[in-house]
Design a protein around this ligand. Structure first.
Ligand code: SAH
Length: 334
C-alpha cells in the first residue's frame, strides 16, 4: 500500500466506512497533486489536448461576448486549467480583439501544485485555490472544461442508504451507510460552485462556459468512472493513482446558477460547429503537409462526431441577466 492508501485505511478503521464524496475528494486531490495525467503517456486526454482548435474557438467565443458587452475591464477565469493548453490557445485568438490584452486579466483556479507549475510555464496569471477567492471587482468570464466531472459525488441508493467505501480482506471495497434522498447521484461541490457563479455573474456581470461530459434531464444512477492509462479501472483499488470522474448533471448546474441565465446545454459537436470548427480545420489543413492534415481531420471528427465526443460532451453557458446572448446557443434561449 502507498502511504496515501494507508492513511485512508487508518481513517476507515477508526471512523467506519467513508462516504463516496469524501473518498473521491481525497483520491482526486492526491491524484492531481502528484502528476500531469494528460496525453499518451498519462491516463486520459481532453479536448484542448486533442487539438488547438478547441481552445482557439473558445478564445473567439470569449472575445466576441466581451466585445458585444462593450469591452469592459474584466477578469478571465479558468477552473482546473490542466496544462494551460486551452487558455494558451484561447488567448492567442482573444488577444487580437482591440483592447482585450489591456483590459482583461487572467485568474486560474487550480489546487494541484504540479499543474500550477505547468500552467506558470505558459501563462501570466494569478492563481487561486477556489473561485470564491477570486476578487469580485469586475465582470468575470469563466471557462471550465472537464472540471466539474472531477468534483466529488454522492450516490444515493434510494432505500435510506448511500454509497461508502470500507476495508475488506483484499483492500478497499464498496459498502453502504445510512443515507438520504431519492436514488441517484448528487454533486454538492458542483452545486455550490454553480450557485456562486450565478450570484457572482448577477452582481458583477459576465458569463461562464462549462463544457463536460454529462446529461440534462434524467439523472445518473452510477456514473463513477476511474481511468488509468486510458483504460477503465476499479475506482476503489489503488486510491490516488487513477482519475475519478462522474457524469455532470447540467440541469442541476443551470438550476443552482439562477439568477444567471442558462443557455443549453448543447452537444459539443453542435457548439463547435456553430463556432466555425470546420472552417478553422480547413484553414489549418490548407497549410499543412499530408500527415498533419490527416491529424487535423481526425481531431475534428473526434471532437464533433456523435460517436466520439460530439454528443456525450455538452456546453452550458451562464450569463448575467443584462449581458448579451452567447455565441453557439442560438436555438437555446433561456
Ligand atoms: N481543463 C483541463 C484539465 C481537466 S482535468 C483540460 O481540459 O485539459 C481537471 C483539472 O481540474 C485539473 O487541472 C485538476 O488539477 C483540477 N481540479 C480538480 N479538482 C479541483 C478542485 N477541487 N479545485 C481546483 N481545481 C481542481
Amino acid at each position: 500500500m502507498t502511504s496515501f492508501a494507508e492513511k485512508l485505511a487508518a481513517d476507515i478503521a477508526a471512523n467506519g466506512p467513508m462516504r463516496l464524496d469524501h473518498w473521491m475528494a481525497a483520491c482526486n486531490a492526491a491524484y492531481y497533486a502528484a502528476r500531469d495525467p494528460f496525453g499518451q503517456a498519462g491516463d486520459f486526454i481532453t479536448s484542448p489536448e486533442i487539438s488547438q482548435m478547441f481552445g482557439e474557438l473558445i478564445g473567439g467565443w470569449v472575445a466576441d461576448l466581451w466585445l458585444r458587452a462593450g469591452s469592459p475591464p474584466a477578469r478571465l477565469v479558468e477552473l482546473g486549467p490542466g496544462r494551460g493548453t486551452l487558455m494558451a490557445d484561447a488567448l492567442r485568438v482573444a488577444s487580437r480583439a482591440p483592447g482585450f490584452e489591456d483590459s482583461v486579466s487572467l485568474a486560474l483556479v487550480e489546487t494541484s501544485p504540479t499543474l500550477r507549475a505547468a500552467q506558470a510555464g505558459r501563462l501570466k496569471a494569478n492563481w487561486y485555490d477556489a473561485l470564491e477567492n477570486v476578487p469580485t471587482d469586475r465582470p468575470t468570464l469563466i471557462i471550465a472544461n472537464e472540471f466539474f466531472d472531477a468534483l466529488p459525488i454522492r450516490q444515493h441508493l434510494g432505500d435510506g442508504q448511500e454509497r461508502a467505501i470500507t476495508l475488506s480482506d483484499v483492500g478497499f471495497a464498496a459498502a453502504t451507510i445510512p443515507g438520504e434522498g431519492p436514488a441517484g447521484e448528487s454533486c454538492p461541490a458542483a452545486t455550490r460552485i454553480a450557485a456562486h457563479i450565478g450570484a457572482r455573474l448577477a452582481a458583477q456581470g459576465g458569463a461562464a462556459l462549462i463544457i463536460d461530459y454529462g446529461y440534462a434531464g434524467t439523472g445518473a444512477l452510477d456514473s463513477l468512472q476511474a481511468l488509468r492509462h486510458h483504460a477503465s479501472a476499479d475506482p476503489f483499488a489503488d486510491p490516488g493513482t487513477a482519475d475519478l470522474t462522474a457524469h455532470v448533471d447540467f440541469t442541476a448546474l443551470a438550476t443552482a446558477a439562477a439568477p444567471a441565465l442558462a443557455w443549453g446545454p448543447v452537444p459539443q459537436g453542435v457548439f463547435l460547429t456553430r463556432l466555425g470548427i470546420e472552417a478553422r480545420a480547413a484553414m489549418l489543413k490548407a497549410r499543412a503537409d499530408r500527415a498533419t492534415a490527416a491529424g487535423i481531420e481526425a481531431a475534428l471528427v473526434r471532437l464533433t462526431a456523435p460517436t466520439a465526443m460530439g454528443v456525450l460532451f455538452k456546453a452550458l453557458a451562464l450569463t448575467a441577466p443584462n449581458w448579451p446572448a452567447p455565441a453557439g446557443f442560438e436555438s437555446s434561449q433561456p
